[in-house]
Design a binder for this molecule. Structure first.
Ligand code: FPP
Length: 243
């Protein structure tokens, strides 16, 4: 499926992607272990998902664990993996009841098989849901995604299913983890860092960025509404000149 074009000027963002940063600092400020911040961060996700329908946000994509996050201590990594399992167990019913279709992006090969089975189950459970599309990026990196996509594309060329002369910028997105999603209109990063950190590199070529000082566990639905509300005032030209 070809990615739809981003929404036009003055529309609200249809797809919002969030780099949920600042959990560790939030916990440290309270004299607590980093995992305490991740737990608080996980609770925020529900509030933000529930704010989407009224804002006209059909797609929400959140960066939960990057391909670089394996470099953290063993205890933080295993704590995060446990947290993802608990999140799925705890939230599955509410996500389905709220008509939220959940997808996961990222490379599942390195993930614990029990977690992968739970991710598959949640995707199947919510596959028919339509109100919000929640995509959770786990073991995700934009470069890794492009490399994996290129490998699949190269295989299709080698096995005669794809003619190299037909490869254009519509081709690669079909091989990306996000192939069924529109490109994000707005990417929000919390915690005051102004970096992309390998998130949705291909897909965010024309996205607007908002870098917010608030640490993720403090990012409320009200602040989300205010950031999303500010989007309509921007003029997006996609490289063209608007008279
Ligand atoms: C970045 O903050 C955050 C992460 C690496 C983990 C994000 C995970 C969650 C918000 C919880 C789980 C989410 C779901 C959807 C189940 P950081 O640890 O880098 O913070 P710091 O920069 O202050 O150290």
């Amino acid at each position: 499926m070809v990615n739809p074009q981003p929404t036009a000027k003055d529309d609200g963002p249809r797809h919002v992607a969030i780099i949920m940063d600042g959990n560790g600092r939030w916990a440290t400020q309270r004299g607590r272990p980093r995992l305490f911040g991740h737990q608080a961060g996980a609770r925020r996700v529900r509030e933000i998902v529930e704010a989407c329908p009224d804002l006209g946000v059909d797609y929400l994509t959140v960066f939960a664990f990057s391909t670089e996050n394996w470099k953290r201590t063993q205890s933080e990594v295993s704590g995060l993996m446990n947290l993802f399992r608990r999140y799925i167990t705890r939230e599955a019913k509410a996500l389905k009841a709220n008509d939220v279709c959940v997808r996961f992006i990222g490379d599942r090969v390195r993930l614990d098989q029990k977690l992968v089975a739970m991710m598959d189950e949640l995707e199947a459970l919510t596959a028919h849901c339509r109100t919000v599309n929640l995509t959770i990026a786990i073991n995700y990196g934009g470069r890794d995604e492009v490399a994996r996509a290129t490998k699949r594309l190269a295989r299709d060329v080698a096995e005669g299913r794809l003619n190299p002369d037909d490869v254009d910028e519509e081709t690669l997105p079909k091989y990306l983890d996000t192939c069924v999603l529109p490109d994000p209109d707005l990417v929000i990063r919390t915690s005051g860092e102004a970096r992309i950190s390998n998130f949705l590199l291909w897909q965010s070529a024309y996205s607007e960025y908002e870098f917010i000082d608030t640490l993720w566990p403090d990012f409320t639905a009200d602040e989300f509404r205010s950031v999303v509300g500010g989007f309509g005032t921007r003029e997006r030209r996609f490289g063209a000149v608007v008279a």
